[in-house]
Write a protein that binds this ligand. Structure first.
Ligand SMILES: [Zn+2]
Length: 295
């Protein structure tokens, strides 16, 4: 489909060509008119309805990237926001949305297998997403995207493929990986490493249970840390129901803390600040750039 539109009061003559899937717009107009044309066009053809609800991440990025770049450049807030909402369905920016995504893709989920497989992102896909987010100021997407990259094998990070993130970003992910180990140990999985009985526990044997520590050693053997993952081997603890409930509460609080500090683990400002600068499309300033003492 070709749509050609021209404004009668053209001030600056510019020619732009945009690709929305199979549709092409050619416009000869000043930026304010151009903004109206793009917005109107997207409303008219219900552009966003063309994306399948179960589209994989690469398909989604291909679908939104053109309109995201234009709506960011010409400050068309409504369209930009539509793109951001779609983008964040793949890279969650809240603990609740992370939980929903993890449940939908976990092995125990009842969702169909193809969808599960699609949501295990390839390294190339996540790196493409990080670059798209950086180029279009979608800062909320970065912490979880860096989390994904930090969990890829070192061998992959040392490769240099076309479309990869910068070496600096890779270094940040590697440092973040070490911090994820720490977060796993001190926050989300501290209930295994340092087991505490429930204050209402009536079973003295729980104090000597070896399950928690054995489970911790299993976790340590994992190739890469995954402190956000929900623990589900509660029977292996061999402690009473009160202690299990107590550990579950500690675990949940710990995972929420990991989420809260996730941006900081990757040298980014806190979540609220990321949202603020994203909404104003301001520049991203990373905290303490010269602080060599941060661990
Ligand atoms: Zn107990």
């Amino acid at each position: 489909m070709d749509v050609t539109s021209s404004a009668s009061t053209t001030i600056t003559r510019i020619t732009l060509q945009i690709f929305f899937g199979q549709c092409t717009i050619q416009s000869t107009s000043s930026p304010p008119h151009f903004r109206n044309i793009v917005t109107h066009f997207c409303f008219c053809i219900r552009h966003f309805d063309n994306l399948a609800p179960d589209a994989d991440f690469d398909t989604l990025m291909t679908f939104i990237s053109g309109i995201l770049r234009l709506s960011t450049k010409y400050v068309i807030r409504y369209l930009r926001q539509r793109c951001i909402i779609l983008f964040l369905t793949k890279l969650p920016s809240t603990f609740e949305s992370y939980e929903a995504k993890a449940r939908a893709t976990s092995p125990s989920s009842t969702s169909p297998t193809p969808s599960k497989a699609r949501d295990r992102y390839r390294s190339d896909t996540v790196m493409r997403a990080i670059k798209l987010a950086q180029e279009n100021d979608i800062y909320e997407a970065l912490p979880y995207a860096y989390y994904c990259v930090s969990r890829f094998p070192h061998k992959r990070l040392l490769k240099e493929r076309p479309g990869d993130i910068s070496w600096k970003d890779k270094a940040i992910c590697l440092v973040g990986r070490e911090r994820l180990h720490w977060a796993q140990m001190s926050m989300s999985y501290a209930f295994l490493l340092v087991f505490h009985r429930s204050p209402v526990c009536q079973n003295l044997l729980c104090a000597h249970a070896r399950g928690p520590h054995a489970e911790w050693h299993l976790l340590e053997n994992d190739r890469s840390p995954h402190p956000l993952r929900e623990y589900d081997r509660w029977d292996s603890l061999n402690v009473c129901a009160d202690c299990v409930a107590y550990c579950q509460a500690r675990h949940l609080e710990g995972r929420k803390d990991v989420w809260k500090y996730l941006p900081t683990l990757f040298e980014l400002p806190p979540w609220e600040e990321l949202r603020g600068i994203q909404n104003t499309q301001g520049p991203l300033h990373c905290p303490n750039p010269n602080d060599g003492t941060a661990g």
